[in-house]
Design a protein around this ligand. Sequence first.
Ligand code: MN
Length: 230
Amino acid sequence: MSFVVTPPAVAAVPTSDGRRFPVHRIYCVGRNYAEHAQEMGHSGREPPFFFLKPADAVLPVADGGTGEMAYPSLTADLHHEIELVVAIGRGGRDIAAADAAAYIWGYAVGLDMTRRDRQSEMKTQGRPWEIGKAFEQSAPIGPVHPIGRTGRLTTGAITLAVNGTLRQKGDLADLIWSVDETIEQLSRAWLLQPGDLIFTGTPAGVGAVQRGDRMEGAIDGLGTLRVTVR
Ligand code: MN
């Protein structure tokens, strides 16, 4: 039976071994580094909470390339959030943290770009965050590196510079909820599937970018993600 409109293309991210990782869903963890939680007005180890972006929010950037992100509509406060991204290679539900590594295909450097002004309004009004978080190109992402090459990433620097000036700096060891714990919690609420991406949260130092700004995000072992705002 024919489709009534052309089916959308499969969203995909390049892999460091020259293939493509197809994107099913994009899960994001909120406030997962203590200093960032504090700068957003929160403290303490609250239970993890999640939001989603559509799969086609990815802005894939090839190794050594520079992504071009269009400055989005409806904001005057576009924020960068550098994040470790986990790519799921095997599906499951109710996954124990101790077993979580077996479900990871690999890792990437990603940016959870945010219309902070719109998100703040929605928070104040108790409304959903999508307008602040789930827009086109809101998830720039570098190549996915297979876990077989990187090993499990539990420590290592995560940084973001804008126009050569360091803005965000943290360490993966400082995640409030580890990658394994995040997979455990997520898989209680949703059926994790191959192709899912998990943005694991951002360290302190989030801030605004303007048209023409050049962002360089890096995580030890995963290289550098370069994105220019147009
Ligand atoms: Mn984030």
